[in-house]
Design a binder for this molecule. Sequence first.
Ligand code: UDP
Length: 383
Amino acid sequence: MPLSIAIVGAGFSGAVVARELAEAGHVVEVFESRDHVAGNCHTRRHETGVMVHVYGPHIFHTQHEEVWNYVQRFGEFQPYRHRVRAMVGDQAYQMPMNLGLINAFFGTQMNSSEAEAFVNSRADASITNPQSFEEQGLRLVGRELYDAFFAGYTRKQWGVDPQELPASILARLPLRFTADDSYFNHPYQGIPLHGYTPIVEAILDHPNVTVHLSTRCSRAQLATYDHAFWSGPIDAYFDFEHGRLAYRTLDFQPEVVDGDFQGCPVVNYCDAEVPYTRITEHKHFAPWESHDQSVVYREFSRLCGEADTPYYPVRLVEEKAQLLEYVHLARAESGVTFLGRLGTYRYLDMDVTIHEALQTARVVQEAIAQGRAIPAFVVDPLG
Ligand code: UDP
């Protein structure tokens, strides 16, 4: 028997669950508070013709073949390798850390094994079990590289001392002793030919799915459906009963220039004195296109206020304790499943979001088929 399903949020989480349940025969309504789908992955053509990543750079990369095959169903992807430069002083380096960066920074001409031995000799071997971002950085590359490339950028990005941040944030970045300057290691990488928004629109394009843009859905309204999914902020669902979870938000200062601005998609500014964290030049995300002008975004990070768009969950110790309170409330609530970056308060990439949404849809469908209670979380937000 088909169920009536409400989904809050039309980013990848909400869209994928909507699609999966619609294909299983359920009737799905999606409520999105913004006037577009695709959440923070939203892309839009600028008047110059450049495809702009409205909420900052999004590069699709994954190790999950299932996820890669899934997104290919809904739009064409172009092969793309992300390359980033990092400014320290007035010198540009290859990022992530590789042989080129190490030799340029130390003024050496080492080969791979020499560079590895050299960086290991600089690394702080006394740190055996790194807990914080700073410990992880010092353990990995030592004081000089850490101070130059990680300390300033991270303080600007997160607004706190890197000693307070979890080591997992740094684990996102590769460290290589080869000349490879690709930003990601994953086997599947690409950018959608027409941007992310048409992909999410295609996922939602099913006769059993209705999308309501610029529409909020109250908790009381959600309770009128057989089941609901919430991919908005978990604290917002509970009307901030235990206070607001901390997020970082971003401000972009856009500029249009003739020709080319920086010759690559992203340049990080690692020095603490430079107020922005990075400059994105959007046309380089679509090297198959050609434009006379260029759109650049200077990116500034700050604490997310009540009226701002949340981007990065901060997840310091006190937020984790607060999150626990919300997790208890969620587990006591019946009829709602929480998912995604905002619903589980985790720093998730697009591919992980899709992977977890597919998993969520599968688990929920099994529960429906077996007449079991549908869980509040399929992926543990505290895990
Ligand atoms: N990071 C840094 N220096 C850099 C690039 C990254 O210190 O030049 C740190 C910073 O703390 C950042 C984290 O590594 O938040 C993850 O970087 P990533 O590029 O994955 O961030 P995202 O693109 O998700 O903002």
